[in-house]
Design a binder for this molecule. Structure first.
Ligand code: PGA
Length: 254
């Protein structure tokens, strides 16, 4: 099974636009006749969950994901979204630790860990994003940053819960930048992440957890990234805004 996670960010602004997007995606997908097993997870803006869920719930290959979640379930937390509300809206997945949330929303590594806990408790699959910034990359600190972020995010996750989690390597400097690390760098990051998991968890659990790549993925580079770096899928932003391109990405993934 491969995952194509679609991070729409704040780019599709109206109900009409998101509905048109879903229709075009479903039409392109049926034309493409994909043979492999791909799960496309669409993460829209929160007010569009109902519109997207009404579309995705009719297709096994399509799921609803959220772009963020709060770590408390209920209470005086103006502006936040409870994991239970996400589940009730039909979301199955939630992005946690995206670099834009870490930076714009000032979400700390410790909070990422609490959000992962809250998501699992609500039976949501956390898609945990980790990645180094440009200065850390240039100074050779990628391993240190990835290890720290991963251990913080999975601080309370037990062996038996790992099968309900997805991890994504998303170098901050590649997001929306039109440039990606080399395949060797992506493969090296995957090896670092898998090794940290193997040190913390039972071998079978650590081996099976999907690891994805995100950051300037396109229909042209996806095949090489997924196949040569031995990954279980991708997180896509800019290129997924065109539903036909998104389907080409899914097609080239398997
Ligand atoms: P991008 O975004 O594909 O535009 O680089 C990816 C992401 O932010 O998850």
């Amino acid at each position: 099974m491969k995952y194509v996670v679609v991070n729409l960010k704040m780019n599709v602004l109206t109900k009409t636009a998101i509905d048109t997007y879903c229709s075009a995606l479903i039409a392109s997908y049926s034309r493409a006749r994909l043979t492999g097993d791909v799960q496309i997870v669409v993460c829209p803006s929160a007010p569009h969950y109902d519109t997207v869920f009404a579309r995705v719930s009719k297709h096994k290959w399509l799921s609803l994901g959220a772009q963020t979640v709060f770590w408390q379930t209920k209470g005086a937390f103006t502006g936040e979204i409870s994991p239970r509300t996400l589940r009730d809206s039909g979301a199955e997945y939630v992005l946690i630790g995206h670099s834009e949330r870490r930076h714009i929303g000032h979400v700390s590594g410790e909070e990422v860990g609490k959000k992962v806990r809250a998501a699992l408790d609500a039976r949501l699959t956390p898609i945990v994003l980790v990645g180094e910034e440009s200065p850390d990359h240039d100074a050779g600190r990628t391993k240190k940053v990835l290890t720290e972020q991963l251990l913080e995010a999975f601080a309370t996750v037990a062996d038996y819960e790992l099968s309900g989690c997805i991890l994504a390597y998303e170098p901050v400097w590649a997001v929306g930048a039109g440039r990606t690390p080399s395949i060797d760098e992506i493969a090296a990051a995957r090896i670092i992440l898998r090794k940290v998991l193997l040190e913390k968890y039972r071998v079978d659990a650590a081996r099976e957890m999907p690891i994805l790549y995100g950051g300037s993925v396109s229909d042209r580079n996806v095949s090489e990234i997924v196949k040569q770096a031995d990954l279980q899928g991708v997180v896509v932003g800019t290129a997924a805004l065109d539903p036909a391109c998104l389907v080409r990405i899914a097609y080239n993934c398997v």
